[in-house]
Design a binder for this molecule. Sequence first.
Ligand code: F0G
Length: 474
Amino acid sequence: MWKWKTIIEPFRIKSVEPLGFTTDAERALVLKQAHYNLFNIKADKIMVDLLTDSGTGAMSAMQWGGIMTGDESYAGARSYHNFEDTIKDLTGYQEVIPVHQGRAGEKILMSLIGGKGKYVVSNSHFDTTRANVESSGATAVDLPVKSGLDFDKPAPFKGNMDIDALNKFIKKTGAKNIPLCIMTVTNNSLGGQPVSMENLKAAQSVCRKHNIPMFLDCARFAENAYFIKLREKGFSKMPIKKIAQEMFDTADGAIMSAKKDAFANIGGFIAMNNAGWSEKARQILILTEGFRTYGGLAGRDLEAIAIGLKEILDEKYLQYRISSTEYLGNGLLKCGIPIIRPTGGHGVYVNAKKFLPHIKAKNFPAQSLACQLYLIGGIRTVEIGTLMFGRRDKKGDFLPADMELVRLAIPRRVYTQSHIDYVIEVFKKIAKHKKDIKGLEIVQAPKVLTHFTAKLKPMEQKIEIRKPKAVSCK
Ligand code: F0G
């Protein structure tokens, strides 16, 4: 068969929404009124929204059909059984517990196994996972491979866990204090980079040896499976579903935010084989989420997730998805914008520390760049840096974060290539005057989850007041 060079969107568009066009002056005012915090901007003032790929995807006609036929029975709904059967078939796990979104699953799981003196290990915890581990009293420990922290040097599986570090940590802490290992696929906190099958199997073997259960945080499992197909020996001819099944086989269970690789606007699940844990999880579920066959979701949501979990396995879609993320990454590299290389699955991460070296960490270089993107082009992104991590010293001053990134997360099946070309053009313009971009200062910042509600302002321009020359009046 002839191989075409152009990879096209493998869908046609049936339903559309207008973009939020604004003038330069309007955006300057909106940004000021939002206190230079993009979470405060009304979505209809945004042209291209790359804040997150979570819950922002376009559902298919099949999914919208499922929404209309969803069964809203309180107990034993047909939609629940479709959901359960799909997840059992995909993951091989026998116990399926619906939750309203990923973090609800994390909260339930941590209530079962967390607590003071315990350590949960991971290639990298996502923020909400870390927060749920720590609010249970346990400590979240990230053990990423070193290559994952080198943003400039491409490597195929920068999302991997450092297996030597895992062995050392178990030796130091004692396996009995480690109730869980979580492998996040793909690794969202480190650029959406994939985890190899080899690494999943190596982590499994260490965990089995020490009787530590291993779970996948599988929000983007299909993107990870596609990277395995592309980059790992022995998988190039294997169907995506089979690769995904082999990934799930390495673990004892999974938690998923269905807002990502299930193309749903809301939802999630916990799945596992451990009947004891799942019984306890359902006790908590009924207290906080809902009955075991809906768990905080409407029947129609369960239906949409069941359909989405099948659609995501389409290789044509995954080829388009990964190539379009790469297209944005390559476009930015061509304009000299430093990004995490290679591009990950769901987004492009710009290294603002390198792009704006004249802005000190205490003046939030990544947040300053995110504000410029809005000001110049109406593009919304998210800062992953000093503002998000929000650590302070005793005086209350912000401590610099290890990284200053701006994430451009791409919603699934939402934007076309010309939207992405526009984003690249905006970056090109910004790159030309980057030296003039000023940092930001805090006006008001809460202690927890600072980045959601902090108020900022542009740095004061230091005006030199020169002493007037003494005038002699001879
Ligand atoms: N795990 C991962 C890897 C995630 O990326 C997220 C959410 C969650 C868990 C929590 O899921 O939002 O359904 O409660 N990530 C979003 C993001 C918010 O923008 O990356 P949730």
